[in-house]
Design a protein around this ligand. Sequence first.
Ligand code: HEM
Length: 346
Amino acid sequence: MDREREAAMRAKTGKPHFIRLLINMDEPDHLKFRRVIQGWFTTPKLKAFEADVRAIAKASVDHMASLGGECDFVRDVGLTYPLRVLTKLIGIPPEDELLMLRLTQELFGRQDEDLRRKSGLTHRNESNDLAEVYAEIEAYFARLTDARRRRASDDLASAIANARIDGAPIPHFEAFCLYLIVMTAGHDTTSSCTSGAIWGLCESPGELRKLKEKPELTETLVDEAIRWTNPVSHFMRSANEDVELGGRSIRKSDWLMLSYFSANNDETVFDEPERFRVDRNASRHIAFGTGAHACIGQHLARLEMRILFEDLIPRLDALELAGKPKRSASSFVGGPKPVPLRFVLR
Ligand code: HEM
């Protein structure tokens, strides 16, 4: 990225980041911007949205059934199902789904040769390339904002476009950053956990039988899949004040790595953490973080996964791997890619 643009972006955030995501904000700003979207993830709002999620889940399982007993679950169901749910909630038209998928993969898949935008970039070209991805996302959502300001609709895009912060219309840059976090974090993570659940079921064959015998285990399956898949490996934080934590002294401004992966594999909390067990009480996982920045979409993610598996499991008579699953190359946000399957689905 050229130095002028880099300096301008950093000046906008007042922090060492190019963008101003909720995750990078402190109070009082953080809550002002979080409130713009949080109403869309409350229990009553999700209840009203449930019928749409159920229809999208059913279409996804029907599509899998039409594939003749073999598929790559990631490509054929895992990626498309949460993407469809989220674009519907935001108000992005179906014809733009694949564009959203590509842009998300170009952001999170930067270390993965199959997902990244360009290969073999130097460090400077790497940040130019990242700036190009941001610019493409920003231009898309600027058009959506204009459309929703001209004519509001009952969708999350209208809530962001017409939000007011401190009595004035939400600034363009902050609106783009809100769209960015909801759009990208909202489907990629859930996709990974949905595919992770299927991978886990294949790794531990007795688990599918348990689920079929006790369908109520779908609830615990969901949290176990999120713990086991762990799509967000960590976030970096800097301490706002001196603090003692676990016998360690942390000084104001120290950088800290919050490793969700480590916490979710802590053998003092989870017995045999590497094993996938549908009847494990995994609700103590912290894959959604905790505190002021705890994931705003966690109830939507759980709802989507529960509904898909409520439809899929009773129809699934056999399931096994048809090849070796892998994870995408990423040290930050990633997940299964691909999960080749052989199955019998009614
Ligand atoms: C299984 C799926 C998901 C996982 C594992 C996940 C994980 C996370 C994590 C680890 C954080 C940071 C928490 C912290 O710093 O303490 C976070 C924040 C966030 N997530 Fe999720 N997420 C998921 C799904 C979603 C969905 C479906 C949405 C929205 C549609 C979403 C939107 C957000 C937003 C907006 C934040 C920032 C909250 C803030 O800073 O106030 N996430 N998520």
